[in-house]
Design a protein around this ligand. Structure first.
Ligand SMILES: Nc1nc2c(ncn2[C@@H]2O[C@H](COP(=O)(O)OP(=O)(O)OP(=O)(O)O)[C@@H](O)[C@H]2O)c(=O)[nH]1
Ligand SMILES: [Mg+2]
Length: 224
């Protein structure tokens, strides 16, 4: 969701991004670390049952933007009915797995990418893969290589994070929102380019028998 012009001065643009992944991978913990960096990780956190969202100002190479981060429920019984709402007007998605839980990684292709393709127009959606719980290296079940293969297959970047230590948490959100913002800027540019062309070439009827007029029209039409 971008409810402001991406290039306009004044209020920063607002984009909706969605956290997806199995229950327990750490989606809520990642959002909590982002929004309250100094608060210690809560191990007794309860499963998300519906939708929670937070907004957070983030820096991108092209200025500040506001992210509206939708933290979703990983548990199937909560997630199923809410999926269309999760994806509605979303501009970016963070796909989260737990590096110590192979099943949570398999779920990405078996479950979450399927849902994403069913409910979202995938071309519009910027995606980032996040392997969370990097502080638990000793219990790792998912290698970086495996995750990188997934990224190549689906065309996205990846980062490993720890909601416990804070490693790469801000970087992940900034990286995704940077892609989202760049796309919005490019779309705005294209739009104004097309409008500019339309202005340069107002509706006109070309008399094909008049060779001079014909040449002028062709010159105008190419926009050069
Ligand atoms: N060691 C470690 N534990 C983590 C990390 N991130 C989350 N946890 C723990 O993992 C458990 C689940 O975290 P949540 O943030 O509730 O997971 P979730 O993905 O939001 O789960 P649902 O809301 O059920 O979809 C909690 O006990 C967290 O404290 C991390 O980076 N490292
Ligand atoms: Mg949660």
């Amino acid at each position: 969701m971008a409810n402001r012009t991406a290039t306009g001065a004044g209020k920063p643009p607002l984009y909706k991004i969605v956290m997806l992944g199995d229950s327990g991978v750490g989606k809520t913990s990642l959002v909590a670390r982002l929004t309250n960096p100094d608060r210690p990780l809560n191990h007794d956190i309860s499963a998300t049952m519906g939708i929670e969202f937070d907004t957070q100002m983030l820096d991108t190479p092209h200025g500040k933007v506001k992210a509206q981060i939708w933290d979703t429920a990983g548990q199937e019984r909560f997630a199923r009915v809410l999926l269309p709402t999760y994806f509605r007007k979303a501009k970016g998605v963070i796909l989260v797995y737990d590096i110590t839980n192979a099943k949570s990684f398999e779920s990405l292709s078996e479950r979450w990418m399927v849902q994403l393709n069913d409910h979202a127009s995938s071309d519009d959606l910027a995606k980032l893969l996040v392997g969370n719980k990097s502080d638990l290296e000793g219990s790792r079940e998912v290698s970086r290589e495996k995750a990188q293969q997934f990224c190549q297959e689906y065309g996205m970047e990846m980062l490993e994070t720890s909601a416990k230590s804070g490693e790469n948490v801000l970087k992940s959100f900034e990286q995704l929102i940077g892609i989202v913002h760049d796309r919005a800027l490019a779309a705005t540019k294209n739009k104004s380019g097309i409008q500019g062309m339309n202005k340069a070439v107002p509706h006109q009827t070309v008399n094909l028998e008049d060779k001079n007029k014909d040449a002028n029209a062709a010159e105008n039409a190419c926009g050069c």
